[in-house]
Design a protein around this ligand. Structure first.
Ligand code: UDP
Length: 330
């Protein structure tokens, strides 16, 4: 398919990963419709795209029936990203999170069914919960609490996957499923509560670094451009059908190691303040990306040092940091 024939819908298109995906699709020559309820997405993320005649934005919540204009559009691809993804945001309104993951996914799948567009569901490493298997391959079925504070997201995403594979099995929609691991980069929200954005902002504001627990828990961090490349390859893959595919960077480090690395990159002095570990916080997380390598020829290209440097530079450019530094220095 030539780029001009491509009409992609991006749900969650004003969000962190969604807006980068819209950037790539527009740069590649596609036409794009982005929808977002702007709860965690921001218009600033896509303002520059509104000038393009190939880009359209609709403020809409995927939980609600999708606008008629969408079912009348000749969509070819649906990238379904809409959902709050950081623990403090998705736990702020757990009912809405669960409904987004389930009802929102059903609405997107039905749109795919009606239009014949291929749908890519963005699932999450959280389907593995607090994993007993390490690293996590797609065959691992997970260790998720269905009663804890993360359940609205974890179980919602698991149900969303189940629904997507049912649509696929029944021949109702052509579906791909990505399981995205921790992703970072420019446009992370300052109040996201994520470890990367928290540490960078705390350092730029000369505040204490908050390490939850003893900081020995591990994560792997993938730069957003690499995640977007993985999503595009998965969408275009005719081999990755009927299976979920992990997208993440396998370089594993403890939260304390991450703190030391970001301190080194910013050159800022800081005290570390230990805070209680949140309930159900996974102890270890690391993607096995053998499937993505084999089926998509994909692996992350951006080193953590390079990606963090770009992210720090972006946060430094944000006006919100400067006044706070000035205040702290007074
Ligand atoms: N974390 C931390 N300090 C912070 C924010 C997060 O130590 O200021 C920890 C958190 O407890 C978790 C890890 O960093 O173990 C990653 O948290 P994040 O919210 O970024 O993503 P998660 O993988 O938990 O969804």
């Amino acid at each position: 398919m030539s780029s001009l024939e491509k009409l992609a819908l991006v749900t969650g298109g004003a969000g962190f990963i969604g807006s980068h995906l819209c950037d790539r699709l527009i740069a590649d020559g596609a036409r794009v419709i982005a929808i977002d309820n702007l709860r965690t997405g921001r218009l600033e993320n896509i303002e520059h795209l509104l000038r393009s005649t190939r880009f359209e934005f609709i403020e809409h919540d995927v939980i609600d029936d999708l606008p008629r204009a969408l079912s009348a559009s000749p969509l070819t691809h649906i990238f379904h990203l809409a959902c709050a993804a950081s623990p403090n945001h998705y736990q702020a309104d757990p009912e809405h999170t669960m409904l987004t993951a389930v009802v929102g996914t059903r609405n997107a799948l039905r749109l795919a069914e009606g239009s014949g567009a291929r749908l890519l569901l963005t699932s999450t490493s959280e389907v593995y919960g607090d994993p007993e298997a390490h690293p996590q391959s797609e065959d691992y079925r997970g260790n998720v609490s269905c009663t804890g504070p993360r359940a609205c997201y974890d179980e919602g995403k698991r149900a969303g996957e189940a629904l997507a594979f049912d649509f696929l099995r029944a021949g109702r929609a052509d579906v791909r499923v990505a399981r995205i691991f921790n992703t970072y980069g420019p446009r992370m929200q300052a109040d996201d509560g994520r470890v990367v954005s928290n540490f960078i902002i705390q350092l730029l504001r000369r505040e204490e670094l908050t390490i939850y627990g003893d900081g020995s828990q591990t994560r792997c961090f993938c730069f957003v451009d690499d995640t977007v490349e993985g999503l595009l390859r998965l969408m275009d893959s005719d081999r990755a059908v009927g299976v979920p595919v992990n997208l993440g960077d396998p370089r594993e480090l403890t939260v304390r190691e991450l703190a030391v690395m970001i301190i080194g990159l910013t050159g800022a002095h800081s005290h570390i303040a230990e805070r209680p570990l949140p309930e159900d916080d996974p102890r270890r997380r690391k993607p096995d990306i053998a499937r993505a390598v084999e089926l998509l020829g994909w692996q992350p290209r951006t080193s953590l040092e390079e990606g963090l440097a770009k992210t720090i530079a972006w946060f430094e450019d944000q006006a919100m940091v400067e006044p706070l530094i000035a205040t702290a220095a007074e």
